[in-house]
Design a protein around this ligand. Structure first.
Ligand SMILES: [Zn+2]
Length: 154
C-alpha cells in the first residue's frame, strides 16, 4: 500500500506514509525497551538510539510553555510550529513520548497470538490489548487443550 487517508479524507503520499512508518517503528522499539518485551515477532531492526531519534525528529518544532488558564490556574501546555501533515506526526510523537517516558505508566506487551501491540494496564485484570486478542487467546487455548487431550489414533 503506497497511499492512505487520514483525517477528513485527505490522501497521504508515499513520503508521508514512510514518515508514519518510521514513527511507528520508533515507538514500537522504545515500547519494547520500556516493557522488556521479548516477543520475537514484535521486534524492529532499529537500535534504541535510532528509535528515539525517529520520535524526537517530529518534536523538534515543539516546545512546552507555562501558561495562565482562564480559571487562574497555571498549567503547562505543549505547542508546536508544525502545519498540515507535520501536525499529525508531531501530535502522535508527543503522545507516544509522553506515554513511553512516564515511569508510572503500566504499559505491557499484548500476548495475544501474533499481536505486536501494547496496552496500558487498567484496574481490571486485562491481559490483552483488546477483545479480539482476548478471543484469539481463548480460542488458541481451547484448541491446545483439545489437541493435547485427544488420544492418538491407531
Ligand atoms: Zn493484542
Amino acid at each position: 500500500m503506497r497511499s492512505a487517508e487520514i483525517r477528513g479524507g485527505s490522501r497521504l503520499g508515499a513520503d508521508q506514509l514512510d514518515r508514519l512508518r518510521e514513527l511507528r517503528d520508533g515507538l514500537r522499539r522504545v515500547a519494547a525497551h520500556v516493557t522488556a518485551d521479548d516477543r520475537e515477532h514484535a521486534q524492529t531492526d532499529l537500535t534504541l538510539e535510532e528509535a528515539m531519534a525517529a520520535i524526537n525528529a517530529p518534536l523538534a518544532s515543539s516546545h512546552l510553555l507555562l501558561a495562565r488558564s482562564a480559571d487562574d490556574t497555571v498549567e503547562v501546555s505543549w505547542q508546536h510550529d508544525a502545519e498540515g501533515f507535520d501536525t499529525v506526526i508531531a501530535e502522535l510523537a508527543f503522545e507516544g513520548a509522553r506515554l513511553l517516558g512516564d515511569p508510572n505508566n503500566e504499559l505491557l506487551p499484548c500476548h495475544g497470538p501474533g499481536c505486536v501491540l501494547y496496552y496500558v494496564r487498567s484496574k481490571t485484570r486485562r491481559a490483552w490489548c483488546g477483545p479480539i486478542c482476548g478471543n484469539r487467546a481463548r480460542v488458541a487455548r481451547h484448541y491446545r487443550q483439545n489437541r493435547d487431550s485427544r488420544s492418538p489414533s491407531a
